[in-house]
Design a protein. Structure first.
Length: 244
């Protein structure tokens, strides 16, 4: 019993000592702990407020962008363009890029090529643009250059986009093939097209278009050979007659 009593007394003394230590620690650091706790609460609350503001801004921007796309679709391009122009300086980066790309697409479809190239160039050269969207803008500039018959410029712009790992490599390779074909370089065009056909990651739509282009090229080559064969046959017939 005496041992048990000593153990209980020892535990009580230990607990009292721990309480004294805690009280001393609180006296020394309690204020700092309260401040730290307040900072954490304020920080979490501030972050939640920031997130809610960002979400609200994104939702507003998304709605404005969708309205602009609708205006283009229903034949109100002036209103759509005005809305997008107002959106660009205040929208989050991605929506600003998309707005300029959409305006560029409209200008291109309307035949305003210099304006379209200017908008594409803004996105391509803006260091704050999303890299994928910047490369898409460069891809579109290359396509415009092909339409203009500028093979060298188109090739210089598209070749860096055709490397492995680039998000637009398949489209760039297809456009390089089209550019070579239009420039009268069938062998170079065929190389680009065959590269796409041998790549299992090539999207099905591009694969189908490439197959059609290869068939067209083969038919054109055959059509160019047939007149020469007919001419050769006529010479052979003439030689036989002369021999008689």
């Amino acid at each position: 019993m005496a041992d048990q009593g000593r153990d209980m007394l020892s535990r009580e003394i230990d607990e009292e000592l721990r309480r004294e230590r805690l009280l001393k620690l609180w006296d020394q650091y309690g204020t700092y702990l309260l401040i730290a706790a307040a900072v954490i609460v304020v920080g979490v609350g501030g972050w939640k407020w920031y997130e809610s503001r960002q979400l609200a801004a994104a939702e507003s921007t998304s709605l404005q962008y969708i309205i602009a796309l609708r205006d283009y679709a229903i034949g109100k391009p002036e209103e759509a363009t005005k809305n997008l122009e107002n959106l660009v300086p205040k929208a989050p980066r991605g929506y600003a890029d998309l707005s300029r790309l959409r305006m560029a697409a409209y200008e291109r479809s309307s035949g305003n090529i210099p304006e379209a190239i200017g908008l594409y160039t803004e996105v391509a050269n803006d260091s704050s643009s999303d890299p994928i969207l910047a490369d898409y803008a460069r891809l579109q500039i290359g396509a415009v250059k092909i339409d203009a018959g500028d093979f060298t410029d188109a090739k210089n712009r598209l070749t860096p986009l055709s490397v492995d790992g680039n998000a637009w490599r398949h489209s760039a390779r297809e456009l390089l093939g089209v550019a070579a074909y239009k420039a009268g370089r069938p062998a170079e065009a065929r190389n680009h097209f065959q590269r796409l056909l041998s790549d299992p990651t090539t999207p099905p739509g591009i694969t189908e278009r490439v197959k059609v282009l290869l068939v067209v090229m083969a038919q054109e080559e055959q059509a160019s050979v047939l007149p020469a064969l007919d001419l050769l046959r006529s010479f052979e017939k003439s030689d036989k007659k002369d021999g008689k």
